[in-house]
Design a protein around this ligand. Structure first.
Ligand code: NAG
Ligand code: NAG
Ligand code: NAG
Ligand code: NAG
Ligand code: NAG
Length: 401
C-alpha cells in the first residue's frame, strides 16, 4: 500500500515536471543524450577528461532530409594547465557524468522549417565537448593520485565511428558545424570529416565564432598565443594538426590559429563571425590582466559607453579579421562568409540570431538564409557588413560568452 501510494506520488510528480517543461516552451525540441559505445571508446581510448564516455545528442532526419547529416560541435573554451583541466573534469565540459540528459535544439539544430528553413529535416547531431582542446588532443596526464585524459582527437574519431553505421556512412549531403571552441574544431577537422564520408556526398563545413585571431592584447601581450601554445603542448595536439600547415609555419605557437589553417582546407567552408566578437573582445583583445584599472569595463558592458579611442581599437580588430580572411574572400570560389557588425559570440545556436523576424541581417539576409544560399549554391554568399555603428539589425546587447 505504501509502495503503491509512493508510486502514485512519483507518477503525479513526474507528470507535473513534464508538464512544466512543456508549458514553459511548447515549441522547443529536447533531445536525449547518447553515450559513445563503450567498445568504440575503449578501442580508441576516447574519453572525456575524467575518463567518462564522450556523448552526443542525435535527432533523426525525416522526409527529404533522411540521408542528410548536420553535425554541430559544442563550444566551451579550453583548459591549458593541469589545474584548470582538473577543475573542468568536474564539470559538464570535462565529464559526461555532469552533462544534462536532454538538450534543447534551437537555431541550426531546430527541427522546424519556420526556425531552420534548410536543415530542419536533416539528421542533426550535437557533439558534446568534454576534452578542453577543441577535440584535437591525444595524451594523458598522471601523477599517481590524479589522472586526466587528453583525448579530443580520439573522441572525434569515436563519434564519427559511432555515427557512420547509424546512416552517416550513406550521407548524401553533410555539414560539419560548430561554435566557439567547437568552431575552431571545425577548422581542424573539416577535411577529415569530408574524407570520412562517401566520395559522392556533398560535404561542407561552417565555423561559427571560431575565427580566433592571432593578435596582441591592448597591453601588447600575446595572451591568446600563450593560451593556445599551452593547450597544444599540454594536450598533445601537435601530432593531429594539418601536416602541410605545421611544416610551413615554423612557430608552433601559431598552429592552432584558423587564419594560418585557412588556405590548407580543401572542403568548402563558410566563415560566420561577428567582426566585434564579444568573447575575443573580452578575453583576447582586452583580458582583465591587460586592463587592471578597469578602463574598459563600461565599454565591455555596452558599446555606447566606449570612448573614441576604444572604438578605434575595436575597428582595428575588425580590420584584422578582414585582413586575415581577405585571400579567402577573394579567391575561395566555394567558400562563404557572413561577417556582421553585431556585438555577439556565436550566432547559429541562438534562434534570435539564426532565423527570426528581427534577426541580424546583412544585405537583407539572415544568417540562416546566407548559410542556406551558400550550402545549396543558390547564390554566391560572401557578406561583410559595414563597420559599427552602421548596422540597423543588430542586437547590441552582449550575450553570455
Ligand atoms: C553515391 O553512390 C552510392 C553507391 O553507388 C549510391 O547508392 C548513392 O545513391 C550515391 N549518392 C549520391 C548522393 O549520389
Ligand atoms: C581522420 O583522422 C584520424 C586521426 O588523425 C585518422 O586516424 C583517420 O584515418 C582520419 N580519417 C580519414 C577518413 O582520413
Ligand atoms: C603579460 O603576460 C604575462 C604572461 O602571461 C603576465 O604575467 C603579465 O601579467 C601580462 N602583463 C600584462 C600587462 O597583461
Ligand atoms: C528583405 O527580406 C524580406 C524577406 O526575408 C522581404 O520581405 C523584404 O521585402 C526584403 N526587403 C528588402 C528591402 O529587400
Ligand atoms: C546601451 O546604452 C544605450 C544608451 O545609454 C541604451 O539605450 C541601451 O539600451 C544599452 N544597451 C544595453 C544592452 O544595455
Amino acid at each position: 500500500m505504501v509502495v503503491l501510494r509512493l508510486s502514485v506520488v512519483v507518477v503525479v510528480l513526474l507528470t507535473f515536471v513534464q508538464w512544466c517543461a512543456y508549458s514553459q516552451s511548447p515549441s522547443q525540441l529536447f533531445v536525449d543524450i547518447t553515450l559513445v559505445k563503450s567498445t568504440t571508446a575503449k578501442d580508441l581510448g576516447a574519453y572525456c577528461l575524467d575518463g567518462s564516455l564522450p556523448a552526443y545528442h542525435f535527432s533523426k532526419g525525416f522526409g527529404s532530409g533522411t540521408n542528410n547529416w548536420l553535425l554541430h560541435i559544442e563550444g566551451g573554451g579550453w583548459c591549458n594547465d593541469v589545474k584548470s583541466c582538473l577543475e573542468r573534469a568536474k564539470t559538464r565540459r570535462g565529464s559526461s557524468h555532469y552533462m544534462a540528459k536532454g538538450r534543447v535544439f534551437p537555431g541550426i539544430l531546430s527541427n522546424k522549417d519556420s526556425h531552420n528553413p534548410d536543415f530542419y529535416n536533416w539528421n542533426r547531431v550535437l557533439l558534446r565537448y568534454c576534452d578542453g582542446a577543441s577535440l584535437a588532443g591525444n595524451s594523458k596526464y598522471e601523477d599517481g593520485t590524479k589522472s586526466l585524459y587528453f583525448r579530443g582527437q580520439k573522441i572525434w574519431q569515436a563519434m564519427i565511428s559511432d555515427l557512420l553505421p547509424q546512416g552517416l556512412a550513406h550521407a548524401e549531403k553533410a555539414l560539419l558545424s560548430g561554435d566557439s571552441a567547437g568552431g575552431l574544431a571545425v577548422f581542424l577537422h573539416c577535411d577529415n570529416f569530408s574524407r570520412s564520408l562517401p566520395g559522392n556526398a556533398t560535404v561542407k563545413c561552417i565555423s561559427d565564432a571560431g575565427l580566433f585571431l592571432d593578435i596582441k592584447d591592448v597591453a601588447h601581450n600575446d595572451t591568446i598565443r600563450s593560451l593556445f601554445h599551452d593547450v597544444v603542448s599540454l594536450q598533445g595536439v601537435e601530432q593531429n594538426l594539418n601536416q602541410e600547415c605545421t611544416s610551413s609555419q615554423s612557430d608552433p605557437k601559431q598552429w592552432f590559429f584558423p587564419q594560418y589553417l585557412l588556405s590548407y582546407i580543401k572542403t568548402p567552408l563558410f566563415i560566420l563571425n561577428s567582426a566585434y566578437d564579444t568573447w575575443q573582445f573580452h578575453n583576447i583583445l582586452v583580458p582583465s590582466l591587460a586592463d587592471r584599472k578597469g578602463k574598459w569595463n563600461n565599454c565591455k558592458k555596452n558599446v555606447t559607453f566606449c570612448t573614441d579611442s576604444q572604438i578605434q581599437t575595436l575597428q582595428d580588430f575588425r580590420q584584422k579579421m578582414l585582413e586575415v580572411t581577405y585571400s579567402f574572400y577573394t579567391h575561395s570560389t566555394r567558400g562563404g562568409m557572413f561577417i556582421n557588425s553585431c556585438f555577439a559570440h556565436g550566432q547559429s545556436l541562438y534562434q534570435e540570431t539564426w532565423f527570426d523576424i528581427d534577426s541580424p541581417r546583412v544585405q537583407n539576409k539572415t544568417v540562416a538564409e546566407a548559410v542556406g544560399d551558400w550550402y545549396f549554391e543558390r547564390k554566391v554568399t560572401k557578406l561583410i557588413e559595414c563597420p559599427y555603428p552602421c548596422s540597423a539589425s543588430c542586437y547590441h546587447s552582449v550575450p553570455a560568452a
